[in-house]
Design a protein around this ligand. Structure first.
Ligand SMILES: [Zn+2]
Length: 553
């Protein structure tokens, strides 16, 4: 692939490969190797990367790993040992990866940082062994692991032994999954082949620098095979982000703080809040159902991102389903609620017509439900509670949604949530529309805001189907019993969160505070249960809904 490194011009000037500007080298260095004119993220060495990310004086290199020699006796234009020796002299490194332990913003971290200068960052036995040992140390010490990738792929000179490093490193990451240790991948430019198809994409969180290219096959190979031009931006981080493959694009200047927040989440106190008696919530006075339907849809109500901004500290939004796209109608990520790590997921609408349209009216695609599922599996791995905020007219109805398995995605979420061993608190904050709501709604505790609704179908849809007249939606609203008080009586929800006088839009801050208190109360209520009991509790909760009581004779 083409090199995109800065070209030195004399001793103190260089030309940016992004914009061709002549830049003073010190200015680029001060900017962490990013062009101040065009934001091109130039390659940095492993040691520069470590210096940029870690706390000053916190870094210790992992013990040296012996040499693996020349297992195949490989000669390209020169014998392989000569090639290695030249790379060592040129870079001052003994391999294409540097492994360290240290701290980022005070939080412990083990990192394996690749260096593209060393034989194109190629993955051979030396690299695979070092990354595996770093992962094993992370396992032994239960310390989060960061892998920074920069590689053209497997190292041909070590033949099939290189290929096997994909399996070795992947197995080591699998052990970290079983042990519940957070793994983070940072994709830098370029990351290809066997590195892309193993540890670079197997981590819990995949971050990428702007412009970084990531792919299995190189663009030249693909172009030669297809004999047609590739799409603009093909394989860039931006291209892949839009297709759901990355959690986030993070400019180099924000990497340290983003990783710091992820580590703060992973390292936070996991003990459950003290159990305490939960405030009884009076059933709300019943209002006209059709009026409540309108209130539940009011765009002035706080959105999921508003709630997160109000009571989730150090939030890092994680994007994408790692399959097809990043659905804007569901947002999710990790952060701290009252100092305790929590995964928060919710439907996102917004407050203006433009914002609501850009969020597809809070109607999620299969990619949205798969993103939610992925984040819930992360919570299950790390043993952190899940809070879901439900506000959707329903799952998106459309051709592409059906083609991509909308029904399967919803079904999968419902079953997976039922089987989670971490506490789940679900709150209907606005519209609880049918399967699209329930796909985030299988909680140990299910709560509702006083003016929210929860229903198997919209009143308009119900009236249209049963009476062929959507104008009779008000009648349908009354019959469906979709208000909080009715649902409390039916045992569908466990509690109702009061809204301030005038409703949630009149005082979004007070509403968010009430939801915050309700979440913490609900988590405290579940605090006495171990993980198996949490699952059994949730299954029993849904088992008894509509179950016939056995009178015993
Ligand atoms: Zn530039």
């Amino acid at each position: 692939m083409t090199a995109t490194v800065n070209m030195p011009v004399g001793k103190s000037w260089l030309i940016c490969p992004g914009c061709r500007a002549l830049l003073y080298q010190r200015r680029v260095e001060r900017n962490l190797g990013v062009c101040p004119e065009c934001d091109h993220h130039d390659q940095v060495t492993a040691h520069q990367r470590i210096e940029q990310l870690f706390d000053l004086d916190s870094v210790e290199e992992l013990p040296p790993v012996g040499a693996f020699g020349d297992p195949l006796g490989f000669v390209d234009t020169v014998p392989y040992p000569q090639r290695i020796e030249a790379a060592r002299r040129r870079t001052g490194l003994d391999e294409a990866v540097v492994c360290v332990r240290g701290a980022v913003e005070g939080q412990p971290l083990i990192a394996a940082v690749m260096d593209f200068r060393f034989l194109g960052g190629s993955l051979g036995t030396g690299v695979g062994e070092r990354i595996t040992r770093a992962a094993e140390l992370a396992l032994e010490t239960r310390t989060p692991l960061l892998i920074v990738s920069a590689s053209g792929g497997a190292r041909m000179q070590e033949g099939v032994l290189s290929l096997m490093q994909m399996a070795k490193t992947s197995a080591a990451l699998g052990a970290l999954d079983e042990a519940g240790v957070l793994t983070i991948s940072l994709v830098s430019d370029p990351t290809y082949g066997g590195v892309a198809a193993s540890f670079a994409t197997l981590c819990d969180v995949i971050l990428a620098e702007p412009g970084a290219r990531l792919g299995f096959a190189g663009p030249r190979v693909i172009q030669q095979t297809l004999r047609q031009p590739l799409p603009a931006g093909f394989q860039t981080a931006e291209y892949l982000f839009a297709r759901g493959m990355l959690d986030d694009l993070v400019p180099r200047s924000n990497l340290r703080s983003t990783i710091g927040r992820l580590l703060a989440f992973a390292g936070a106190d996991r003990s459950a809040p003290d159990p305490h008696p939960v405030r009884a919530t009076p059933a709300p006075e019943s209002a006209d159902p059709w009026a409540v339907v309108a209130l539940s849809r009011d765009l002035g109500r706080p959105s999921t991102l508003d709630y997160i901004g109000h009571f989730v500290d150090g939030f890092v939004e994680l994007h994408g389903d790692r399959l097809a796209s990043d659905c804007p109608a569901i947002v999710g990520g990790v952060g701290l609620i009252d100092g305790r790590p929590t995964v928060v997921i919710g439907h996102q609408k917004g407050h203006t017509v433009a914002e609501v349209a850009s969020r597809n009216f809070g109607m999620a695609t299969p990619a949205g439900y798969r993103k939610a599922a992925r984040l819930m599996r992360l919570a299950e791995k790390l043993g952190t509670p899940i809070v879901t905020l439900i506000d959707t007219p329903g799952a998106y109805h459309g051709i592409s949604a059906e083609e991509n398995g909308q029904a399967l995605a919803i079904a999968d979420n419902i079953r997976m949530m039922a089987g989670l061993t971490v506490p789940v608190v679900a709150i209907v904050t606005g519209e609880g529309g049918s399967g699209g709501a329930l796909a985030l709604g299988v909680g140990n505790r299910v709560l509702m805001l006083a003016n929210a609704t929860y229903s198997v179908i919209s009143p308009e849809g119900c009236a249209a189907i049963l009476w062929n007249d959507s104008g009779r939606a008000d009648e349908a609203a009354a019959q469906l019993k979709l208000q909080a008080g009715d649902l409390l009586a039916l045992g569908i929800v466990d509690g109702v969160v009061p809204e301030p006088p005038g409703g949630a839009p009149a005082d979004p801050g007070a509403t968010a505070s009430a939801v915050h208190r309700a979440v913490v109360d609900a988590l405290a209520e579940l605090a006495g249960l171990n993980r198996e009991e949490v699952r059994a509790h949730r299954r029993a909760r849904f088992r008894q809904i509509g179950g016939l009581t056995n009178a015993g004779g």
